[in-house]
Write a protein that binds this ligand. Structure first.
Ligand code: FPP
Ligand code: MG
Length: 333
C-alpha cells in the first residue's frame, strides 16, 4: 500500500472504530440483558473489562465491502463476540489464568462452575441470535467455527510441554483455536451480502489468514519486555509458564546445542522453571530476535490475507480491512 493510502486507511480505521464500537456494545448489552441473572453477571464482568471487538468489526466491514447494507450485521457481529467471550470464559479455566483484560478472570471472581456454565449460556444465546436470521448457512458457519475452535484447543492441550511440536503442528493448533472464528466473522459478512462463491471464498481465506497472523503476533508479544508494562492483564512469559510451544520458542530451540535442548526439554516437561528462569528465558528469546522472527512469520500470513482481499471491489471498507492487517502486525497489546 502507498503511504498516502495507508494514512487514509488508518484514519478510516480509527473513525470506523469510534463510530461502530458504541453500536456493537449496545447490541451486545441488549442481548446480555435477556440472559438469566446469574449467567448475565458473569458475562457482563468480562464484557465490561473491554475488548477489541475485532470479530464484529470484521463482520461489519466484510459485509459492507461486499454490498450488504443491513443492520443485521450488528447482531451477527455481536453474536460472534459473545461466542468469543464464551471461549475465553472456558479458556481461563483450562489455562488456570487469573487475569483477563486486566482484571480477575471470571472463574476467580465467581468460581469455576458459574464461569463454565455462563460460557455455555452465552454460547447458546449467541447461536439463537444467529438462528433468528432463518438462514441455515449462517448457523452452519458458526457451528463449524465452534467445532474447529474446540478441536484446536484439544490439540493444544495434547501438545503441552512437548518441544517436539513442529511449526506445522503449531499452525494446525492456531488455525483451529483462533483463526476459524475470525474466518467465520468474515464469512458471516459475506453470506449477509449474498456474495458469489469466489468472493465468499476470498472472505474466508482473508479471515483465516488474518486469524493465524493474529495468534502468532499474540504469541510473539508474550516475550516482549513491554508486555510486563503494557497493562494488558497478561503476565510476560505466560505461554512458557502454561507449557505452550509457540514460534518464538521453536526458533529459540533451533539455536540450542543438543545438550542445551535436552536440559530445556526436561525442565520444560517437568514444569521445573522458576519465575527467575522464565524471565531469563524470555529475555534470551527476545534478545536473540526470536519474537521478531515470529512477527515475520505473521507478516507472511498477512500477505496471504491481503492477496485474498484483492478480489474485493475497491471501497472504503476494503481499505479499512487492509489497514486491519497492518494493525495486527504492529499491535503492542
Ligand atoms: C485463547 O488462547 C483461547 C482461544 C482462542 C480459544 C479457546 C477455546 C476453547 C476453550 C474451546 C471452545 C469453547 C467454547 C465455548 C466453544 P490463549 O490461551 O493462547 O490466549 P490468552 O492468552 O488470551 O488466554
Ligand atoms: Mg489462555
Amino acid at each position: 500500500m502507498k503511504p498516502m493510502a495507508r494514512m487514509r486507511g488508518l484514519r478510516e480505521l480509527q473513525l470506523a472504530i469510534s463510530h461502530e464500537h458504541p453500536k456493537i456494545h449496545a447490541e451486545i448489552r441488549r442481548h446480555l440483558a435477556t440472559l438469566p441473572e446469574n449467567t448475565r453477571r458473569t458475562a457482563e464482568h468480562l464484557f465490561l473489562a473491554g475488548g477489541k471487538l475485532l470479530r464484529p468489526l470484521l463482520t461489519l466491514l466484510t459485509g459492507r465491502a461486499l454490498g450488504c447494507k443491513d443492520d443485521g450485521l450488528y447482531t451477527l457481529g455481536a453474536a460472534l463476540e459473545m461466542v468469543h467471550a464464551a471461549t475465553l470464559l472456558h479458556d481461563d479455566i483450562l489455562d488456570n489464568s487469573h487475569l483477563r483484560r486486566g482484571q480477575s478472570a471470571a472463574h476467580i471472581r465467581f468460581g469455576a462452575v458459574p464461569a463454565l456454565l455462563s460460557g455455555d449460556a452465552l454460547l447458546a444465546k449467541a447461536l439463537r441470535m444467529v438462528a433468528s436470521f432463518g438462514d441455515p448457512g449462517f448457523i452452519d458457519c458458526v457451528a463449524e467455527a465452534v467445532m474447529r475452535t474446540a478441536e484446536g484447543e484439544i490439540a493444544e492441550f495434547a501438545c503441552l510441554r512437548d518441544i517436539s511440536l513442529s511449526h506445522e503442528d503449531y499452525l494446525g493448533i492456531v488455525t483451529g483455536k483462533t483463526a476459524w472464528m475470525l474466518r467465520a466473522a468474515c464469512e458471516l459478512g459475506a453470506l449477509s451480502a449474498r456474495a458469489e462463491p469466489p468472493l465468499l471464498e476470498a472472505a474466508a481465506v482473508f479471515g483465516l489468514e488474518l486469524g493465524i497472523a493474529f495468534q502468532i503476533v499474540d504469541d510473539a508479544l508474550d516475550f516482549y519486555p513491554s508486555r510486563a508494562e503494557a497493562g494488558t492483564g497478561k503476565p510476560r512469559g505466560g505461554d512458557l509458564r502454561e507449557g505452550k510451544v509457540t514460534p518464538p520458542l521453536l526458533f529459540h530451540l533451533e539455536g540450542l546445542s543438543a545438550r542445551e535442548a535436552a536440559i530445556f526439554r526436561k525442565n520444560f516437561a517437568d514444569n521445573a522453571f522458576s519465575d527467575a528462569d522464565l524471565e531469563r528465558i524470555c529475555d534470551e528469546i527476545y534478545n536473540k530476535g526470536c519474537a521478531e522472527r515470529a512477527r515475520n512469520l505473521a507478516e507472511e500470513h498477512l500477505g496471504q490475507a491481503e492477496k485474498a482481499l484483492a478480489a474485493f471491489p475497491p471501497t472504503p471498507e476494503h481499505r479499512i480491512l487492509l489497514q486491519i492487517t497492518r494493525y495486527i502486525l504492529t499491535r503492542k497489546e
